[in-house]
Design a protein around this ligand. Structure first.
Ligand code: GDP
Length: 304
């Protein structure tokens, strides 16, 4: 039910637009499809993904000859779930931590303000609740506030954090964090990194260096690179996904702030375009407000 509440704004805006698009029409024709295209684009699904969805509906219309507007909901729902299936295989999946990767290393990337620290805190809390021993690494050394904020979350969750002064080498912090995690026999390490997009080459070099240094301590680390995107920024989130996927091998996504926005459709477009699974969605500021992304629940709450 938190998910329904979290997505309320996206849902009501999507629905009022959708009902306007089909008002007074009994069958899906070109006009309805044009309007639907506009609805999807203005719900931040993104142009490419929207066109894909429209094409699929067109195919069904031409195959079945007639499609009533009252069926449109159901069909849209099926097509969107189908799109999400291609990137999020099966049911909801959280990070599964293999016994063989100890510690399991999660590197988190994303620009300032997207909710990166909050997401790290919420994730750490979930891992701890599962009985895992978690260590945080404050490798976003560019801003003092980033280190302080991560410390606040470490205190809140009551887990150790490894940090250095502001301005220190992020790779050195990551190295220390992994050393400390190994010494403490930790299960999970979450490394916060800086995400300054104004200089792509620097970002790439920094992330590459952090990774190289981590691998000196833990083989094959990081096991996961999680990109955090702010869902309320709509098309900006697409742009950030583009930049980060160029700079490093992002393996999963977390989309935050879906509670305060009407742009929930961004999840559909991003997961379709980048073919990277959305693992988590943020639906509030509290410690419990991070959900494992389940495509069926998501699509259902959008269409309910
Ligand atoms: P960072 O700079 O990327 O580390 O961002 P923070 O984690 O500090 O978050 C920036 C602001 O967004 C804070 O006020 C958070 O409480 C807020 N925030 C983060 N995630 C969510 C979310 O899912 N929903 C809402 N409503 N706020 C969020």
């Amino acid at each position: 039910e938190t998910l329904d509440k979290g997505l309320e704004k996206s849902k009501s805006s999507f629905f009022s637009k959708l009902s306007k698009a089909v008002a007074g029409k009994s069958k899906v024709d070109d006009d309805v499809l044009d309007d639907l295209e506009e609805v999807l684009v203005s719900s931040d699904v993104g142009v490419n993904t929207t066109l894909k969805i429209i094409e699929r509906i067109e195919e069904r219309v031409s195959k079945d000859k007639y499609l009533g507007t009252e069926e449109l909901n159901q069909i849209l729902r099926e097509e969107i779930a189908g799109l999400l299936s291609e990137t999020n295989v099966g049911e909801a999946t959280e990070f599964s931590i293999p016994e063989t990767s100890k510690p399991y290393v999660l590197m988190v990337v994303g620009v300032n303000g997207v909710g990166k620290t909050t997401t790290i805190g919420k994730l750490a809390y979930q891992f701890k609740k599962q009985g895992k021993k978690v260590v945080l690494g404050a490798a976003d050394t560019f801003r003092a506030a980033a280190i302080d904020q991560l410390q606040v979350w470490a205190d809140r969750v009551d887990i150790p954090i490894v940090k250095q002064e502001m301005g220190s080498d992020p790779a050195s912090v990551a190295f220390d964090t992994l050393k400390s995690a190994v010494a403490q026999d930790a299960d999970v390490v979450i490394i916060d990194t800086a995400g300054r997009l104004h200089n792509k080459v620097n970002l790439m070099n920094e992330l590459t260096k952090v990774k190289r240094v981590m691998q000196k301590v833990v083989d094959n680390s990081p096991h996961e690179i999680l990109l955090v995107l702010d869902g309320s920024t709509g098309q900006n989130a697409f742009e950030q996904a583009k930049q980060f996927t160029k700079a490093t091998e992002v393996s999963s996504l977390a989309v935050t702030k879906l509670d305060g926005t009407a742009k929930g459709g961004v999840v559909i477009g991003i997961s379709d375009q980048f073919q990277i699974p959305v693992k988590y969605i943020g639906v509030g500021e509290g410690i419990e407000d991070l959900q494992v992304f389940n495509k069926y629940e998501f699509v259902d709450s959008f269409f309910k």
